[in-house]
Design a protein around this ligand. Structure first.
Ligand code: 2M8
Length: 467
């Protein structure tokens, strides 16, 4: 959609995107202070999610700068004393989401009334703060905002480094599929299979059977299976039993992975933090995070598997180190961290633009179409997710001197905007036709509709197109 008519259409959809974010705003007073947060979707995800919020702010900065700041300040408001910023910051008035606050045993780590889950998510926060810093029009306000939020971001990065990479490998470990963000990706099949269902205590299964709610709201066949949920909640139970002590969790957990996507974001986030610190005149501190970034980039390069020609995740639970050889979208997120060089870059781009693998009508699917594990509808096992497109578009823009990257960047940007324009703000999409549900009317959605992530990414990409 490149003509004038198309541009008019985009502007209409832009206004709709703003409306989605407006409707998904909620206000809550905690510890005597008012917070404004954006929920991913009022249908199910009724709390604040970490990497969703970091993305929301990157869309909001183009429509309401103050709200973008408040979104991130609300996100860090529940930071634990060890520095952890959680996957979920709960809204105490909401009950429809499972697992809600009562299932985590995290009350004693709460900041007064601000209760969170016990794990984190891909650390997009510093990338988002740096983006706000660069884009805000009111320079005085953004300066105040950066000054206010920086200590929390620094503390969060030290948390990730010290507790999630205690061996100083450059790669942080994720302790839960929910921490990775792409929950039921085929990449976690192998590590999860090792948690045998008969090892999981009955009380965990009973709890899941009784309280699980996502499968009652949407189409259950699109969601992770019951066996996945038993394992997810078993891990939550184990970590509660270990009192959320991350030294123990990282040493003992049956699930521990070096996730390529998480670490690509980690690398870029450290670069972003270094830039922010350097712009604020803290050169010495900036160097620490620039070094973290470089260490991670080098470690990611070592994940290249010559046989499959993929940057592979590692299963590192309980002292082992096993490559996970899944042909997934995570491979391309390495662009964000400037990981692929020369020969690898061409292989990666060949894979990305191959219609039989990752370049159907509406790329980029989460799993290669040619892969036996590809599913058209099952959550993180096939569909196209705007967040992945966003990460890859950002990654490609890093290689803007390369003509091929420039071309793919422009194509993917247009295709993602078009997909959302044609269908609306769904959680994810059928990569083969861009519809929200194959063969059905659009209102029967893939995931939930009026999704903040998708709306924010639309706003972000519109701005990127104009850059
Ligand atoms: C999904 O994950 C949550 C658990 O965190 C769930 O399925 O209940 C994922 O898509 C995750 O990446 C996302 O942040 C969250 C909210 O949109 O939903």
């Amino acid at each position: 959609m490149k003509n004038a008519e198309g541009n008019k259409q985009y502007l209409k959809v832009k206004a709709q995107a703003e409306k989605v974010l407006e409707n998904n705003l909620y206000e809550v007073t905690l510890n005597g202070k008012k917070y404004r947060r954006t929920v991913p979707s009022k249908e199910f995800y009724v709390h604040q999610w970490n990497w969703d919020s970091a993305t929301h702010a990157m869309g909001l900065i183009h429509v309401d700068e103050q709200r973008a700041y408040e979104e991130l300040l609300a996100l860090v408001s529940g930071q634990w004393t060890n520095g952890m910023i959680a996957q979920i910051t709960f809204n105490p008035k909401e009950t429809k989401y499972f697992p809600g606050p009562q299932f985590w045993g995290t009350e004693k780590f709460a900041t007064g009334e601000i209760v969170t889950s016990g794990i984190t998510q891909p650390p997009l926060l510093a990338i988002s703060v740096n983006y706000l810093w660069k884009k805000a029009k009111d320079r005085k306000k953004v300066q105040e905002f950066v000054k206010q939020i920086l200590p929390a971001v620094i503390k969060y990065h030290y948390f990730l480094k010290n507790y999630h990479d205690p061996e100083n490998s450059g790669l942080v470990s994720a302790v839960h599929p929910w921490e990775c963000g792409e929950d039921n990706s085929p990449r976690w099949d192998l590590p999860l299979e090792k948690i045998k269902l008969d090892e999981i205590p009955d009380k965990v299964k009973i709890l899941v059977n009784k309280y699980r709610s996502d499968d009652k709201l949407g189409d259950a066949s699109h969601r992770p299976g019951m066996d996945d949920y038993y394992r997810y909640m078993y891990l939550v139970q184990l970590y509660q039993d270990w009192d959320w002590d991350y030294h123990t969790i990282v040493k003992e957990s049956p699930f521990l992975v070096k996730d390529v996507l998480f670490n690509s974001i980690w690398c870029k986030a450290n670069e972003s933090l270094a830039e922010l610190l350097s712009d604020s005149g803290s050169q010495d501190q900036a160097k620490i995070f620039a070094d973290y970034a470089e260490q991670t980039r080098l470690a990611l390069r070592k994940l290249w598997d010559p046989e499959t020609q993929i940057f592979t995740d590692l299963d590192v639970a309980q002292g082992k180190s096993v490559r996970i050889k899944e042909n997934s979208v995570a491979n391309f997120t390495t662009l964000l961290a400037g990981v692929p060089e020369d020969g690898q870059l061409d292989v990666l781009l060949d894979k990305l633009t191959d219609p039989a693998q990752f370049w159907p009508a509406y790329p980029v699917p989460t799993t290669a179409l040619s892969d036996g594990k590809f599913s058209l509808t099952k959550y993180w096992r096939g569909p196209t997710w705007p967040i992945n497109d966003f990460l890859i578009i950002e990654g490609l823009s890093r290689y803007r001197n390369n003509p091929r990257c420039r071309k793919i960047f422009a194509d993917l940007l247009d295709k993602t905007l078009e997909m959302i324009t044609k269908n609306g703000f769904f959680e994810y999409f059928d990569p083969t036709n861009g519809l929200a549900r194959p063969g059905k009317e659009i209102d029967a959605s893939l995931g939930f509709g009026s999704f903040s992530w998708t709306a924010a990414i639309f706003l972000y990409l519109m701005a990127k197109k104009g850059d």
